[in-house]
Design a protein around this ligand. Structure first.
Ligand code: SIN
Length: 526
């Protein structure tokens, strides 16, 4: 039975660029676009710093030896030789200027320095050299805070805090003109739910940029910021965007484990400085697995931890820190020290209990090297996008750098295109709100079901049978969730659930279609 709906005049905000997501990719795009003279509406799901980028601990690659650098080789090797060489070349060649101009000179980020004032470099898994700059173990926070204060001081950028994008607007789906229906797939903004409101508005834009981060929270255990469920992937899918490589979900091997404690990241840089992965008996099991031992590429380490735990029945592995000086540990890794202490582990004395957790989506919305998707005027940048840079497995500390480079190239291309554009922005159809309220208990329970299904059947080790099971459960859940969605007033929790189940199905579908184990996608035949 059709539910009663209300529809009335809808607020319409018009802008040059709508940026959905304000982590490092979205914030950097906003800055570059504003610098090029464009007006920007920037949507933050939470507060300005509530994003995955803020939680990045390890660092950002700053390798100025472009000619002789082995960086391209390391990215290729980490990806199991599946990365896109053009995307790798762009990152290697353009990365240093982006870091210098945006972070070192433009935002004066306080990276750690040696006594002589030069930058201090660390290393992480899969790197053949020390080429990662950092701000102790709070690198993402230092970078995003510095960029955010510039964003918020820029009058051309208008930030909507706590706003969630519901659906993209396209000519084919959201106008009343019959002619528009047959036009090429073209995006012109999004329906957005402002903070504290149940009345969506339309943000109509010449360019719409998906910068919603990853999808870690479709899994039960994740290093990601809460609410990171592949919003961009799900919205893009619904309007016909090309998605690629979604089976390659990277699991981080070292996430804190405690019986009643939350999971949180223990940066790979700690292994870069000498910590070793050991089992409950103190044995260094990585030495048998890879010549780089605990510093092997991440997919290999995560699988090794998983198989060690499956074999022993133990709940976790450990990071042995005995080779590191205690004062140095506390000084260099203050947030790891503090958070472990809060959960009963003193890292100056004890090894850190660790398990793997979902960390990064190597796949996403297919984008070219200037952020364009197959939908006209819709861009994807940062983790939401997939240019093929990471192939089947990402090299550590490439993600913040990718945010800067992809944001810069997309914004510059958009500025040129907007200047030459004669596309008249249409009025979208008003939003129709059903009257029923959603039941928060059902919404939370359904999200739990999605996360558990993904963790149990589409995690580090997959099999055709597990994936088939996941698909069946998720298809049924999607039916149920779609019916809520049709009948109930929209809330941010409902938007999150709808996108989570859609993204989960897309990951499972991609994994089911790919029988070949590569990088982060590992399939067994049982
Ligand atoms: C870490 O600090 O281990 C995470 C860095 C990354 O994912 O690149």
């Amino acid at each position: 039975m059709a539910k009663a709906v209300t529809s009335g005049p809808m607020e319409i905000i018009r802008t040059d660029c709508l940026v959905i997501g304000s982590g490092l990719a979205g914030a950097a795009y906003a800055l570059e676009a504003a610098r090029a003279g464009l007006q920007v509406q920037l949507l933050s799901l939470g507060g300005p710093n509530d994003a995955n980028s803020d939680w990045a601990q390890g660092g950002i690659i700053y390798d100025t030896e472009i000619e002789t650098s082995l960086l391209a080789k390391d990215i290729m090797e980490a990806s199991d030789h599946t990365a896109n060489p053009a995307a790798v070349a762009q990152l290697v060649e353009e990365g240093p200027a982006a870091v210098r101009e945006l972070l070192l000179e433009g935002s004066k980020v306080g990276f750690d320095r040696r006594d002589d004032g030069s930058l201090e470099f660390t290393r992480e898994g899969g790197h053949s050299a020390r080429r990662i700059i950092h701000a102790r173990d709070l690198t993402g926070h230092a970078i995003l805070s510095a960029v955010t204060s510039r964003v918020d001081a820029n009058p051309a950028i208008s930030r909507q805090v706590g706003a969630v994008a519901i659906d993209l607007l396209t000519l084919s789906h959201n106008t009343d003109s019959a002619e528009d229906r047959y036009a090429p797939l073209t995006c012109f903004g999004a329906y957005v739910l402002p903070a504290g409101s149940d009345q969506p508005v339309a943000v109509v834009a010449r360019k719409t940029v998906l910068a919603t981060g990853g999808l870690g929270h479709i899994y039960q255990h994740s290093t990601n910021y809460p609410g990171t469920v592949g919003h961009g992937v799900a919205m893009a899918y619904r309007v016909g965007a090309r998605l690629i490589d979604l089976e390659y979900v990277q699991f981080h091997p070292t996430v804190f484990y405690g019986k009643n404690a939350p999971r949180f990241l223990i940066t790979e840089a700690i292994r870069g400085e000498g910590a070793e992965l050991v089992n409950v008996n103190g044995e260094r099991f990585m030495d048998k697995v890879h010549p780089r031992g605990s510093l092997a590429p991440r997919d290999i380490v995560s699988r090794a931890v998983h198989s060690e735990l499956a074999g022993s029945g133990e709940p976790c592995a450990y990071l042995d820190l005995s080779a590191l000086d205690k004062d140095y540990l506390c000084e260099r890794f203050p947030s790891v020290y503090q958070r472990c202490l809060e959960h009963g582990v003193d890292i100056t004395r004890d090894p850190i209990p660790v398990v793997p957790a979902a960390h990064y989506s190597c796949g996403g919305v297919h984008a070219d090297l200037e952020g364009r998707t197959n939908i006209l005027h819709l861009n994807a940048i940062g983790e939401t996008a997939c240019t093929g840079l990471h192939g089947a497995n990402r090299l550590a500390s490439t993600s913040l750098l990718e945010c800067l480079v992809s944001a810069r190239f997309a914004a510059l291309a958009d500025a040129k295109e907007i200047a030459a554009m004669d596309f008249k922005l249409p009025d979208p159809r008003p939003w129709q709100s059903p009257r029923e309220e959603s039941d928060p208990t059902l919404v939370a329970q359904d999200l739990n079901l999605v996360q558990q299904t993904m963790w149990n059947y589409a995690g580090i080790v997959r099999s055709p049978r597990r994936l088939t099971r996941a698909r069946r459960i998720l298809l049924e859940a999607r039916e149920e969730i779609q019916s809520f969605y049709r009948d109930c007033r929209v809330t941010r929790e409902l938007v999150e659930l709808r996108n989570a189940v859609q993204t989960a199905l897309l990951v499972v579908h991609a994994a089911s279609l790919n029988p070949r184990s590569k990088g982060a996608h590992f399939v067994v035949d049982e």
